[in-house]
Design a protein around this ligand. Structure first.
Ligand code: MF3
Ligand code: CO
Length: 236
């Protein structure tokens, strides 16, 4: 899993560095697929339940599972990029939200709080804690800034399958739920909306958008629970 996760994050980082006004998410998807093929990594999302692309690209009010398009990104957009690979029987999964050119301070703040909420959740991924400790840490952090946590999509266990039990909601109660043990590996992935938590799936059956048109940000790491604490597997 360390190999798959490191590879996924390396490719996600390379793709992020290409993000600038004028480039399209279609081009970013091609870069991700090319970088994966160079590393003999299989793109985990392509063909998953019929998902047509390698990379999920969700700009602005898109929350997750956005489909790459040939439209040029423009300065002021924010873009959530989600990428996973499969190598030697194991999956790795990660996401980041990045600015395109110069973005508003409101957008900067949403991205920053979402990223920090992921780390607040990761800190609770230690043996003896409960699943609800992770969920509550994310939720309380985010709501402290007036943002809302998407309910309809959640994090997940990950390993020999992209999505395994348990589900990892980004909302919940401390001390509740599954007891965490060393050896478990979770994809923790807060999806945070500027305004209402409500989302809609578009007619393409994939693209998830905020119901009120507000911005949304998404950060994800694959994290192993170890006796020495949380180990973020998706890193450079
Ligand atoms: N990273 C997404 C997740 O964690 C995976 C996208 S699902 C796909 O669930 F179907 F789009 F591949
Ligand atoms: Co995931």
């Amino acid at each position: 899993m360390r190999v798959a996760c490191k590879t996924a994050y390396e490719i996600l980082t390379i793709v992020s560095e290409f993000v600038e006004p004028g480039i399209s998410t279609f081009e970013l998807d091609r870069i991700a697929a090319f970088e994966a093929s160079k590393r003999k990594a299989k793109c985990a999302f392509k063909g998953y339940h019929g998902y047509p692309s390698s990379l999920c690209c969700s700009p602005n009010s898109q929350v997750v599972h956005g489909l790459p398009t040939k439209d040029a990104l423009k300065s002021g957009d924010i873009l959530s990029l989600d990428f996973g690979v499969f190598i030697d029987d194991f999956y790795g999964d990660a996401a980041v939200t990045v600015p395109v050119g110069h973005v508003s301070s409101a957008a900067e703040r949403l991205m920053s709080v979402t990223k920090q909420s992921l780390h607040a959740g990761i800190e609770k991924a230690v043996p003896g804690n409960r699943l609800g400790d992770i969920s509550f840490a994310v939720q309380s952090f985010v709501e402290g800034y007036g943002y809302s946590v998407v309910r309809d999509f959640v994090g997940h266990g990950i390993g020999r399958n992209l999505h395994e039990d348990p589900q990892i909601p980004n909302y919940g109660s401390p001390g509740k739920g599954l007891k965490l043990k060393a050896g478990m590996v979770f994809a923790i992935e807060p999806m945070i909306n500027e305004k209402s938590h409500e989302v809609i799936v578009l007619d393409d059956h994939w693209t998830v958008v905020t119901s009120d048109g507000g911005l949304s940000a998404h950060f994800e790491h694959t994290v192993a629970i170890t006796d020495k604490g949380p180990e973020i597997l998706t890193h450079i």
